[in-house]
Design a protein around this ligand. Structure first.
Ligand code: PHE
Length: 330
């Protein structure tokens, strides 16, 4: 008996414990054998014998069930430790994340245009020549293609150099009136203090019936937008050239650093260039099969906006993932 007690108490495995249980209480187990012996016990001893046997039985049942509970609890604790997630692990260093300043700026830009009833369109990053150049009044060998250093693939596909191809895709897909923006990544072969090979633009396009969309509309919305972004700034429209707009204009704001007095950031001009825009060229409408329509378009660089809004001097620092910079935007 002492032996069995010892083997129960030293048992550390549920299967072994079950074997012990069977050896005690199974059909051919110890107690079955003992009860069978009853027949051979004399009548005087029978009562004591039975009582003794029953006490032992209770005793071992209790030992077994206590051990079983213990082993089961151990097994659960082991599984929990093995598969569970220790939620306390990073407690001391866990910190709230934040939107990257470029995405944060993009959101603010989108917010304005959505509130002005513009839809949001998307297009592929890998474009073909037609959408990125040809349909935008940039035929092959047009010198203005040099304005945009392009990454080409072997099969004459390319990484879009601007978000303007989404103007084309949207016009081919829909009928006027159109009132859209397209935020997204663009790519150019360029790398220095103010250029990275990948950056973000937001494109805008508004098209209505001929005479319905005027240059004054363009001026109004861009001026309102820039005041929303930069606060109380002056806005200036300067004649410029883009193949897909005619007339074209670049848009400046009065320098937000020196308030127009002249400083290093604005190269002592008092003005910061922030947008390209213009009245959509007839050739672009021809390329998508539109007739008797008028419209305006604009495009801006999101990184430039982010740098100005947050006074970040080097564009490249936006892409280095340095936590010391990113932490400041939480
Ligand atoms: N696509 C031009 C660029 O990348 C910007 C632009 C868009 C200018 C629409 C005019 C109209 O520089």
């Amino acid at each position: 008996m002492k032996e069995i007690e010892a083997s129960i108490s030293s048992c550390d495995d549920l299967k072994e414990l079950e074997k012990l249980r069977v050896s005690l209480f199974g059909k051919k187990g110890y107690f079955a054998g003992q009860f069978a012996k009853m027949k051979t016990v004399s009548n005087e001893e029978k009562k004591d014998f039975a009582q003794n046997l029953n006490t032992n039985k209770e005793h071992f049942l209790a030992l077994l069930s206590e051990k079983k509970l213990h082993l089961e609890a151990e097994a659960i604790a082991y599984e929990m430790k093995k598969d569970g997630v220790d939620v306390t692990l990073f407690n001391s260093v866990s910190e709230e994340g934040a939107l990257h300043p470029v995405m944060d700026t993009m959101d603010k830009i989108i917010e304005y245009f959505v509130s002005m009833n513009f839809s949001i369109e998307e297009g592929p990053l890998v474009e073909d020549d037609f959408h990125n150049f040809e349909a935008l009044n940039l035929p092959k060998y047009h010198p203005a293609r040099d304005m945009q250093d392009t990454f080409y693939f072997e099969d004459s596909m390319l990484l879009r150099t601007h978000t303007s191809p989404v103007q084309i895709r949207t016009m081919l897909k829909e009928k006027p009136p159109i009132r859209m923006i397209c935020p997204g990544a663009v790519f150019r072969r360029d790398y220095d203090l103010t250029h990275t090979p990948m950056f973000h633009q937001v494109e805008g396009l508004v098209v209505g019936k001929s005479g319905e969309v005027s240059f004054a509309n363009l001026k109004y919305i861009l001026e309102d937008f820039l005041k929303y972004m930069f606060g109380d700034v002056e806005v200036r429209f300067r004649p410029s050239f883009f193949p897909f707009t005619e007339p074209s204009t670049e848009v400046d704001i009065s320098c937000i650093f020196c308030k127009g007095d002249g400083c290093r950031v604005c190269s002592h001009t008092g003005w910061l260039e922030v947008l390209g825009s213009g009245y959509v060229d007839e050739n672009v409408f021809k390329a998508v099969g539109y007739e008797d329509v008028s419209g305006y378009a604009f495009g801006l660089g999101v990184e430039r906006f982010a740098m100005l809004l947050h006074k970040i001097p080097d564009l490249r620092s936006l892409f280095e993932g340095d936590l010391r910079l990113l932490e400041q935007f939480r």
